[in-house]
Write a protein that binds this ligand. Structure first.
Ligand code: 5GP
Length: 193
């Protein structure tokens, strides 16, 4: 049957890729279009910025983060610029597809624990286009250049550990492609009926 079954545990979908490639927009559009998808809310120990939307992160101090980590309460975590970031272990009773917007180092940890996770590396069509988008978002030339070399490193690592690669040159097409990858993966998952 083409009917979508209920997976035995939530399917985890990881979106990674350079800033400016559009993974945040893709995640938002997917969740808006399909109520069976849920965006994971990370914990972070960084200070809240004025432009942070209310529900972007759970803001905690380092001690609270470390306590949850010691309890094995994160499926992955990382330290970035001196601050912790982590994805809380999802509620097993929640059968919605869980979308994570995290870096490739985090995606690698997710795959270690959940080999059936779907990991997608969202890329810009070219470095020149990525540079244009980054500078357009306010990055200086040096910062854009260092993000582009970091993206090159992440791209190689992502391909090596089993990410699906996706070039976002048209947002509607990119969203449809990720939705198709999710449907394909769900169709192969065991059904709890
Ligand atoms: P920002 O402080 O700008 O919101 O995020 C900094 C970096 O942390 C970004 O590269 C972002 O993708 C990454 N990040 C956000 N949440 C998580 C998370 O839960 N886990 C990991 N591994 N990285 C995260």
């Amino acid at each position: 049957m083409a009917e979508r079954g209920r997976p035995a545990s939530p399917l985890i979908v990881v979106l990674s890729g350079p800033g400016g490639a559009g993974k945040g927009t893709i995640a938002r559009m997917l969740v808006e279009a399909d109520g069976s998808l849920r965006l994971s809310r990370s914990w972070t120990s960084r200070e809240r910025r004025a432009d942070d939307p209310d529900d972007d992160y759970v803001f905690v101090d380092r001690a609270a983060f470390e306590a949850r980590r010691a309890d094995d309460g994160f499926i992955e975590w990382n330290e970035f610029l001196g601050c912790y970031y982590g994805t809380p272990v999802p509620d097993p009773a929640d059968d919605r597809v869980l979308l994570l917007e995290i870096d490739v180092a985090g995606g690698r940890q997710v795959l270690d624990r959940h080999a059936d996770a779907l990991c997608v590396f969202v890329d810009a069509p070219s470095d020149a286009e990525l540079y244009r988008r980054l500078v357009g978002r306010g990055d200086g030339a040096d910062r854009a250049a260092s993000r582009i070399s970091e993206a090159a490193r992440e791209r190689v690592e992502a391909a090596r550990i089993g990410y699906r690669m996706l070039v976002n040159d048209d947002i509607e097409t990119a969203v449809a492609e990720v939705a198709a990858m999710i449907a394909e993966r769900l169709a192969k998952m065991p059904d709890v009926g």
